[in-house]
Ligand binder design. Structure first.
Ligand SMILES: Cc1cc2nc3c(=O)[nH]c(=O)nc-3n(C[C@H](O)[C@H](O)[C@H](O)COP(=O)(O)OP(=O)(O)OC[C@H]3O[C@@H](n4cnc5c(N)ncnc54)[C@H](O)[C@@H]3O)c2cc1C
Length: 435
């Protein structure tokens, strides 16, 4: 599917604002099953970004096929799942069966052999149809990438086919109550006890732990030579003794819940450690660029969905002589939101292509910028969409009000707007640090 060639990754250690290395494996992508959908030359109503022109035919076909799947579920399905306190299992399974969720994972382990370019298309299009799958950011993008690149053959065989076919999910836990934006400060520690590892610590705001078969936990082990703590990644199965979780009451309308985790003498076998104990930082960073690119895709999808609803409404809502969309005070902010989303998408595409091509340094900068731009664009688009609908912007029937909170997630997580501005100040502009 992707015609980019991947080179060997180059480790680039550093802090939370450092460029990340990339994923392995140049393999052709399995063709995706075509979806029956009538050909249309014009853009679908209500989705002004429906036909991007700078993508390959294959990527456009993927976009179209995923959009068709999303439209069969749509916002009503998503809202119903949230109202029932259920999960998006049907959509998850079908998307997986069609090859969309494992599109970035290696073919030899059941994936599509593509990259983050393809995976971000899938998430963006599902979001634009009103049914984003947040767990795509963590399960195939972070965890799948890290295991595919650094896992032992046994870990790959154990996890990747299930992540690709949707039968298994993984969550990702790095954030801690006393570390937050400063991931250098995490204190979850792993000590060796015979062949086993024993983990102790706390995590917070970890998404989807209840529906994940395991959580990829970022901990630290002591370097025998220096005594300094170095990051390591551990696969912690959901029901491991000592691995406690309690849901956090969030003001979010989403099927995925966030959890506070306690790790109290969690005993894990030696093979719970991903790859090499000394390559922890490299492994961690391998997952963080896809996380940012996928968060951009998540935000773009949401922004597009909201803008589409607002454009539909502005075309037909008439309280004076013309529909409200004829008033420039209504139309211009929507046009502006559209431009911002398009620009953010360009940056996301750049980041994804750089990442898949193995240009780690440039991908790190672009992924951060894409996440920033997409989050800001989504927040503006949702805000303007709600305003365009007047009172209906806050009714449950139109379902846009709750997106005001949802859109802000992309501004906060996985790395906040300010930390990206710090990154750009320091890494791109060479300005001094204040911390
Ligand atoms: C819905 C949701 C889902 C999440 N899912 C996951 C998950 O699955 N896994 C996971 O590990 N984490 C997850 N997170 C956590 C998320 O990554 C963190 O919330 C985020 O990194 C910010 O950390 P914090 O909340 O501790 O904020 P803090 O670090 O306390 O920051 C608070 C504010 O201070 C600002 N700030 C902090 N330091 C600086 C500085 N040096 N300069 C300028 N401003 C600064 C921040 O930008 C922010 O606005 C999730 C969060 C949310 C809201």
């Amino acid at each position: 599917m992707s015609d980019v060639k991947r080179s060997s990754p180059t480790p680039r250690p550093g802090g939370p604002d450092t460029a990340r290395p990339h994923t392995p494996g140049p393999t052709p992508l399995t063709p995706l099953p075509p979806k029956a959908e009538p050909h249309r030359n014009r853009r679908p109503r209500g989705d002004p970004m429906g036909t991007p022109t700078i993508e390959s035919e294959e990527h456009r076909a993927l976009r179209k096929a995923v959009a068709a799947l999303g439209s069969r579920y749509g916002r009503e399905y998503f809202a119903r799942v949230v109202a029932e306190g259920a999960h998006t299992d049907d959509l998850w399974s079908e998307a997986a069966r069609l090859g969309y969720l494992g599109v970035n994972l290696p073919e030899e382990h059941g994936g599509g052999g593509g990259g983050i370019v393809e995976l971000s298309i899938v998430l963006e299009e599902l979001g634009a149809a009103g049914c984003p799958l947040l767990m795509m950011v963590v399960s195939p993008a972070i965890c799948g990438t890290v295991i595919a690149r650094f896992g032992t053959e046994e870990q790959k065989r154990t996890w990747l086919p299930g992540l690709a076919d949707g039968s298994r999910k993984m969550a990702f836990g790095i954030t801690e109550p006393d570390a937050g934006s400063n991931s250098h400060r995490i204190t979850t520690t792993a000590r060796k006890d015979g062949e086993d590892w024993v983990l102790n610590g706390r995590k917070v705001f970890i998404s989807g732990v209840d529906i994940a078969d395991a959580t990829l936990i970022v901990g630290r082990t002591e370097d025998a030579r220096t005594g300094r703590l170095k990051p390591c990644l551990f696969i912690v199965p959901r029901d491991t003794p000592g691995f406690g979780r309690s849901p956090i009451a969030m003001e979010l309308s989403a099927p995925e819940k966030q959890f506070e985790l306690t790790l109290d003498e969690v005993r894990l076998p030696a093979d719970a450690l991903i790859g090499d104990e000394d390559a922890g930082l490299l492994q961690l960073f391998a997952g963080l660029n896809p996380e940012r690119i996928m968060t951009a895709a998540f935000a773009l999808g949401m922004g597009r969905y909201a803008l589409g609803r607002a454009v539909d409404y502005a075309r037909t809502r008439q309280v004076w002589k013309e529909p409200i969309g004829a008033h420039q005070a209504v139309a211009h902010p929507l046009a502006q939101a559209h431009i911002e989303l398009e620009l953010a998408r360009l940056m996301m595409q750049k980041a994804a292509h750089l990442y898949d091509a193995g240009d780690d340094l440039a991908a790190g900068e672009a992924a951060n910028m894409a996440k920033y731009a997409a989050a800001e664009a989504a927040v503006h688009a949702v805000d303007q969409a709600v305003h365009t609908l007047g009172g209906n912007g806050l009714t449950q029937e139109y379902g846009l009000g709750s997106m005001i909170t949802a859109a802000r997630v992309a501004r906060i997580a996985p790395v906040s707007r300010e930390m990206i501005l710090n990154f750009v100040s320091h890494q791109s502009l060479g300005l001094p640090k204040s911390y």
